[in-house]
Design a protein around this ligand. Structure first.
Ligand code: SAM
Ligand code: MD0
Ligand code: SF4
Length: 360
């Protein structure tokens, strides 16, 4: 087995990234295997510096509305997979979704993420039309960009979302290794999922791509994913540690997924310094936020209002009803890490730049 990179070697990779030469595939895999504290800190420090160059101390907050937990898919890692027939699920009404969005906007988020399982009812022509109308109404009223995370969409559905003014299409491949994809996103088509994102990008959507950690992807698989994310033209890049779902996909006990998530956030920052890279509250709640920010994340996702009966994806309820996923608590953590809440106007200026440049 090869020796782990030293702090000095990591610093050299960081320096090259700052000069426009991102880490190679081999280097990415080696960085994702770091264990020493000094080397890891050199990586995180480099990632923070790169974030600072492109974003200053600004971190953007995304409001999250999981509007329907019904899903026709059977992803082995997901708590909401269809085979769990006894789960209690919900589908929010248009008014409830609108109300939650208004509350999030008033609290100061920069974006509203409308997420759902592949709910057959919402994917009918009428169901999807109503969803698009709701998204358009939220956009008009809040003046905030909307992200839609609805699963795979047809060309027609993408056009409808575009006409409704939706800015972002979020669709995570989880892995770019087809064998793993088959085992994780059971019964789904790898190509179709990729194509849906490519079509969306060509239509003018901004695209978010993401990977799942701690479920069996090797550092080499993850290095391939980092390259694939760039090729796709995605400008928001996500890595989330697998929160094991009982009876579902067994976790990969060889890795500590939350540590790997931090390494991955930092390596994404080195590879794509201008990218939006989320720290999700959905994996380890509020207490997991500071480490993710220290690794170079510049977006906090999954802010959820309390008392509206809304769920998370990876965790059903973690930190929601105690207000830990609210703007106030998140802002406190930002401040104590010398960061500040990016304002919606700044965020929109950033998106305009992203659209103009068309790549990272
Ligand atoms: N149903 C749509 C879909 O799958 O594209 C939208 C929901 S999507 C935002 C759900 C995402 O949450 C998945 O793509 C996956 O990356 C993540 N996720 C789901 N279950 C998880 C778990 N148990 N641990 C970590 N991440 C999970
Ligand atoms: C999050 N649970 O932000 C959400 C979700 C969907 N666009 C995002 C994975 O962590
Ligand atoms: Fe459904 Fe999305 Fe969960 Fe897969 S990840 S089961 S598509 S909600």
């Amino acid at each position: 087995m090869k020796k782990s990179l030293t702090a000095d070697q990591v610093s050299l990779i960081v320096e090259r990234s700052s000069n426009g030469s991102p880490p190679t595939l081999t280097e990415i895999a080696a960085l994702l295997r770091l264990t020493s504290k000094a080397a890891t800190e050199a990586l995180f420090e480099g990632a923070r510096k790169l974030r600072e160059i492109y974003f200053g101390n600004r971190v953007f907050l995304y409001g999250f509305i999981y509007l329907s937990t019904y899903c026709r898919n059977n992803c082995a890692f997901c708590h909401w997979r269809t085979e769990l027939t006894t789960l209690s699920r919900y589908r929010k009404t248009a008014d409830e979704i609108y109300g939650a969005a208004i509350e999030l906007a008033a609290a100061g988020v920069s974006l509203i993420d409308l997420t759902m399982g592949e709910d057959p009812q919402l994917l009918t022509p009428d169901g999807f039309e109503l969803l698009c109308q709701t998204a358009a109404k939220i956009g008009q009223q809040t003046q905030l960009p909307i992200m839609l995370s609805p699963g795979v969409l047809s060309q027609t559905q993408l056009s409808m979302a575009r006409r409704a003014g939706v800015t972002w299409y979020a669709l995570y491949q989880e892995t770019h290794n087809r064998n793993l994809f088959k085992a994780w996103r059971r019964g789904q088509d790898f190509e179709k999922r990729m194509k849906s994102k490519k079509k969306a990008a060509a239509m003018g959507f901004l695209v978010e791509e993401g990977v799942l950690l701690g479920a069996g992807a090797t550092p080499e698989d993850l290095a391939d994913s980092i390259v694939a994310m760039g090729k796709l033209g995605a400008t928001q890049l996500r890595a989330m540690a697998y929160v094991p779902s009982p009876g579902g996909l067994p976790p990969d006990y060889r890795v500590k997924a939350s540590n790997q998530e931090l390494l991955m956030i930092a390596v994404l920052r080195l590879s794509y310094p201008r990218a939006l890279i989320p720290a999700s509250l959905d994996v380890e709640g509020l207490q997991g936020l500071a480490p993710r920010l220290s690794a170079g994340a510049n977006v906090v996702t999954s802010l959820v209002p309390a008392y509206l009966g809304l769920a998370g994806v990876a965790h059903q309820a973690l930190d929601i009803e105690n207000h830990n996923r609210g703007v106030e608590k998140v802002s406190e953590i930002l401040t104590s890490n010398d960061l500040s809440v990016g304002q919606p106007q700044e965020y929109q200026e950033l998106l305009r730049q992203m659209k103009r440049n068309n790549h990272l």
